[in-house]
Write a new protein. Structure first.
Lengths: 167, 73
């Protein structure tokens, strides 16, 4: 059970938007990392976009397992389905989510989860619980969050990076 | 018009930098977005086709999805 939860860094996207949010030089002094996100993508027309979470800015060696729902059906699969609202969703809504990376400074491959909800005031609203596996034994000292189909996150999107210690 | 930017936060120094993408990075971003959109459209179309075929089969068999699950259990 975690007994400390410390804010390491945070960011709020400004007026021009941002193609990615990049936490670099993350100290290795914690047990786990937790990132709280509130994001909206700029993907045109569509209700939703996906995000990709790249440890050490690498998408090589990433694999996924997800279960998702959209308000009427639930499915699962092995592709990336981490949802944030996009331009077609209700104006000014932001998707909430959490990224939790346990044992990020260890020497084993890194598995972590990304749970997201793409807020939308309508009958269709996407949410997803997804496991990531990064088949790489390197210590994670950088995490990059970026949209998959759109070109960026809109103004007022936020990300808060916390360090978690279990002792 | 300036290129899009990315945000980098150095967790050691606490310094946040807003960095303009190079033209090559912008081109790569657009290319990757196009690939992702195509891939997602294909996957979604396949999933929809599978669901439609499954529903048609259930109608043809005259059973519900729950009854089909019972048969396969």
């Amino acid at each position: 059970m975690a007994n400390t939860f410390e804010l390491i860094a945070s960011s709020t996207v400004g007026l021009l938007g941002a193609s990615s949010i990049d936490f670099s030089s993350i100290p290795s002094t914690y047990t786990d990392l937790c990132i709280k996100i509130s994001l909206r993508g700029d993907r045109a027309i569509e209700l939703d976009d996906q995000i990709i979470v790249k440890p050490n800015n690498s998408s090589t060696g990433l694999t996924f397992v997800h279960v998702r729902g959209n308000g009427s059906t639930a499915t699962s699969g092995t592709v990336n389905r981490t949802y944030v609202p996009a331009a077609g969703a209700t104006a000014s809504t932001f998707g909430n989510g959490e990224i939790y990376i346990p044992n990020y400074a260890g020497s084993a491959n890194k598995s972590f989860y990304v749970d997201t909800v793409a807020e939308n005031n309508g009958t269709t609203g996407y949410d997803s619980m997804q496991a990531f596996l990064w088949s790489n034994t390197a210590v994670i000292n950088q995490v990059v969050i970026a949209p998959v189909s759109g070109t960026g996150f809109v103004q007022y999107s936020t990300a808060y990076l916390y360090g978690v210690k279990n002792a | 018009m300036p290129n899009p930017t990315r945000i980098e936060i150095n967790c050691e120094t606490g310094v946040e930098s807003i960095i303009e993408l190079t033209d090559a990075e912008v081109a790569e971003l657009a290319y990757q977005a196009e690939l992702a959109a195509e891939k997602k459209a294909e996957e979604d179309a396949q999933a929809e086709a599978d669901a439609t075929a499954k529903a048609a089969l259930l109608v043809k068999l005259g059973i519900t999805a729950d009854e089909a699950k019972l048969l396969l259990a």
